[in-house]
Structures are given as structure tokens and as C-alpha cells.
Design a protein around this ligand. Structure first.
Ligand SMILES: *Cc1c(COP(=O)(O)O)cnc(C)c1O
Length: 232
């Protein structure tokens, strides 16, 4: 990695942190998809990153041995049921729980290794067809179902908002997420005293901060643009 690249990553993280400073409830996640282990470890060891997110099982496994373990590792991508067994012992949270069958498999694998796995329910807040996550109107039913899985600890909600050309359009999505979180956790998980909201990415994190996000997930804003073929 060049010195220029290191300086860029360091500076990006500093800039984001300064924009987050008025929101002490929010944590910065570095999204590491397509990045090299060297870049990831630089962010952790030299820039104070304590939380990383990966959305591809294959990459997570490829990085895992060499990755600095001092940072918390969340899985944030689409998770196929047959892949749960590869990552269940390696991750600290699944942020992309969006189906009963996935929950059943996570339960089975977590139980097998004696682990309680924290999870966020992924909401498709823009009701976009090609996107993962459940629709807001399915959330109550899903919460009732999730109660059956003792090895999954539901901690909050996650969303990938639709891409908005006018940044003001993000507000209604993030506002709705915040409202859903309050409603649902009061009703279904009152034991969770501070439910978590994971929302806001490179292009939308300042808007998400205004609506109480607890985790902003940033990839390009930290590490630079991904190759076009890798944009996901
Ligand atoms: C890639 C990704 C991000 C980060 O996106 P950037 O635009 O690079 O900040 C956040 N969340 C999820 C689920 C992702 O897949």
C-alpha cells in the first residue's frame, strides 16, 4: 500500500469522525468488501477502527486468518442458508436477518456451537423489488416468529436505503426506520433497553445521523471507489 493511499484512508476516517462528533450514540463501521487485508488492518491498527462489516462470505473467509481480530466483525450481506455454517463462529453480529428460514438455520448452527448470536432485522425501507430485507408491514409478524429462536438475540434494525439523488429524500426513510424501531422494540423486545439502528452509508450517513443511527456503514467514503464490477 502506498503512503498516499494510507494518508487518504486516514484523512477520510478523520473527516467522517469529525462529522459524527455531534452524535455520540453513533459508531463508525468500515465496510471492507473488495479491500485487501493490508488496507483493512491499516484502518484497524492505525486509524482506530473498532468495527468492520463484510457482506460476502467468500471474502470474509479469505481475510479471516490474517485480519486483525481486535475489531468487531459484523456480517452485513445477503446470507445463503448453506453458508451460515462457515461464518457463525467468526462473526459478532448478523445485520442482515430477513427470513424465517435463515433464522432457523442460524439458530441450528448457533445452538450447535453454544453461541448466542446478536442480530439485526434488515428492512427494505424503500420497498425496492431487487433488494433484500423485509417490508415494514411484515415486521410485526416476523418479530413474533423470531421469538422462537433462543440462540438469536435481536438487537435492532438495519436498512440499505434507496439511492436518492436529492439527499433530502433520505430523511423520510430514516425517519420511518427510527419510528419502526421504537414501536417494535417496545412491543416485542422490551428487554432490549437500547435497540440499535444500522443505517447510513457513504452517501447518506449525515442524514442517518440526524435520525438516530447507531451504526454508519462506510466503504467507499473510507477506502475510495470500488471497481465498477465490484459495486454492490
Ligand atoms: C457496500 C455496503 C455498504 C457501504 O457502501 P459504501 O457506499 O461503499 O459506503 C454499506 N452497507 C452494506 C450492506 C453494503 O453492502
Amino acid at each position: 500500500m502506498t503512503e498516499t493511499k494510507k494518508a487518504e484512508i486516514r484523512e477520510n476516517i478523520q473527516n467522517i469522525r469529525s462529522r459524527m462528533s455531534a452524535y455520540p450514540q453513533a459508531e463508525l463501521m468500515a465496510v471492507i468488501k473488495t479491500r485487501t487485508t493490508e488496507e483493512i488492518n491499516f484502518a484497524i491498527r492505525e486509524c482506530g477502527i473498532t468495527l468492520v462489516g463484510e457482506n460476502r462470505v467468500q471474502e470474509l473467509l479469505a481475510h479471516y486468518e490474517e485480519m486483525d481480530r481486535s475489531a468487531e466483525l459484523h456480517f452485513i450481506g445477503t446470507l445463503q442458508k448453506n453458508k451460515v455454517k462457515y461464518i457463525i463462529d467468526k462473526i459478532d453480529m448478523i445485520e442482515s436477518l430477513d427470513s424465517e428460514s435463515l433464522a432457523a438455520e442460524i439458530q441450528r448452527r448457533a445452538e450447535k456451537i453454544g453461541k448466542i448470536i446478536p442480530a439485526l432485522i434488515e428492512i427494505n425501507i424503500g420497498r425496492e423489488e431487487a433488494k433484500s430485507g423485509i417490508f415494514p408491514e411484515q415486521l410485526e409478524g416476523f418479530c413474533a416468529v423470531l421469538k422462537q429462536f433462543p440462540n438469536i438475540e435481536i438487537r435492532g434494525l438495519m436498512t440499505i436505503a434507496p439511492i436518492c439523488e436529492d439527499k433530502n429524500d433520505y430523511h423520510r426513510y430514516f425517519e420511518e426506520m427510527n419510528r419502526l424501531k421504537t414501536e417494535i422494540f417496545t412491543k416485542y423486545f422490551p428487554e432490549v433497553t437500547s435497540p440499535v439502528l444500522s443505517m447510513g452509508m457513504s452517501g447518506s450517513f449525515t442524514q442517518a445521523l440526524e435520525h438516530g443511527t447507531n451504526i454508519v456503514r462506510i466503504g467507499e467514503g473510507i477506502f475510495g471507489k470500488r471497481n465498477a464490477a465490484d459495486r454492490r
